[in-house]
Design a protein around this ligand. Structure first.
Ligand code: NAD
Ligand code: ZN
Length: 363
């Protein structure tokens, strides 16, 4: 017997919606659709990797509720996250007699979620969006919070809009087809959430994170619901990213620099893992956490089979790349640091020598 569905309510001024997490949820997409929409047609966006795996189950469930499915598929991968990829998608949907009530369902990882969200925000000046995330990262991070968009040659996610979904449906069973490296990347964001918000959750992770790696779906359901609740509460406090939402950048200032300097040989999750280890080292040298907490942070990251050391990059290049990160405000590097585990603070007064030492500690 699997666990009953868990529902997390998101309450943001001007938009209220539910995030449902449950095994086999995709099979009940028809009923779930009828709870939020009476439209006789739906748009579904997916990508070339997720479509062949999970689209037919979704379509079948939607058809059983009497909804006609208009589908569009984009090529999988971050390199296709641009406006050009979306032009044929707009063509396809606009040729199919949609109206402002026609919901768009984004079935895929964060790339499909961000791009589908952007289409939903812009087509006919906005239609309802339903996120159906299929990577752990998209489930616990990208699908919550209403940020949508595409990349531009000048930088990532530079064209976009805030567009909150009407619903988010998460079926942990789809994670069984996810490549393990992608699963571990999502775990990096889960570790981040507990470090910044929940000391008790962090203890749970220390005991159970191996169950995520072995695809224990009951555990994954609990883990996802817990993380969605954390992300949703941070977003509800700061829907337009003007304050505490910055806490979600823990490990990301170091992480983005590592990703970039490595030419993306390190994935986002691996960069964030190393970045959180560096942040823990920095917090320790600033006296914000003790040695035991520093060790526990590194240990839980390593338990998720993510890197905490062995960095093979030029230290100065990484430090320099950090200075170009968009989180730099008025020329100062800003760091989100644990103080202690379960709480986060922002520091913009860290001497560059300590930053360098924190990167050096990853070698
Ligand atoms: N909107 C936000 O708040 C937010 C937050 C974090 C990240 N993001 C964005 O999310 C993107 C990264 O998301 P991602 O890591 O999910 O990458 P992704 O969407 O590229 O997915 C990774 C790969 O896994 C495949 N895949 C997805 N689900 C699968 C499944 N169940 N089985 C097999 N393969 C599957 C995809 O086709 C892709 O090849 C970035 O573009 C980033 O900017 C957005
Ligand atoms: Zn991230």
């Amino acid at each position: 017997m699997s666990l009953p569905k868990t529902v997390v309510g998101v309450r943001i001024p001007g938009s209220e919606y539910d995030i449902s997490v449950g095994r086999g949820l995709i099979q009940s997409a028809g009923e779930m659709l009828r709870a939020v929409s009476s439209s006789d047609r739906v748009m579904v966006l997916s990508d070339s990797q997720v479509g062949p795996l999970h689209l037919s189950a979704l379509k079948q469930a939607l058809k059983s509720a009497g909804a006609r499915v208009i589908e569009a598929t984009i090529p999988a991968g971050e390199e296709h996250k641009g406006l050009n990829t979306l032009l044929p998608v707009y063509d396809q949907f606009l040729a199919s007699h949609i109206d402002r009530q026609t919901p768009l369902l984004a079935l895929g990882g964060g790339v499909v979620g961000d791009m589908g969200g952007f289409v939903a925000a812009t087509i006919l000046r906005g239609v309802p969006l339903i996120q159906i995330p299929t990577t752990l990262l998209a489930m616990v991070d990208a699908s919550v919070g209403g940020k949508t968009g595409v990349n531009h040659a000048v930088g990532k996610n530079l064209i976009g809009a805030f567009h909150q979904p009407a619903a988010v449906w998460i079926d942990p069973a789809v994670l069984t087809t996810l490549p393990p490296r992608e699963l571990r990347g999502g775990l990096a964001e889960c570790i981040k959430h507990d470090i910044i918000r929940d000391a008790g959750g962090f203890e749970q992770l220390e005991q159970n994170i191996h169950r995520a790696l072995s695809l224990d779906l009951d555990y994954l359901q609990q883990l996802i619901a817990h993380n969605v609740a954390i992300k949703a509460s941070v977003v509800a406090e700061d829907p337009f990213e003007r304050g505490v939402r910055a806490h979600l950048n823990l490990g990301h200032t170091f992480g983005h620099a590592i990703e970039t300097v490595s030419g993306y040989a390190y994935s986002h999750g691996e960069g964030v893992a190393l970045g959180m280890a560096a942040a823990a080292n920095l917090a320790k040298s600033l006296g914000l956490i003790d040695e035991e907490s520093r060790r526990r942070i590194a240990a839980v990251i390593a338990q998720a089979r993510l890197p905490v050391a062995g960095l093979k990059l030029d230290i100065d290049q990484v430090v320099e790349a950090m200075a170009f990160d968009k989180k730099v405000k008025s020329g100062r590097l800003r760091f989100v640091l644990p103080a202690p585990i379960g709480r986060a603070i922002i520091r913009d007064d860290v001497p560059v020598e300590l930053v360098r030492q924190a990167v050096q500690s990853l070698v």
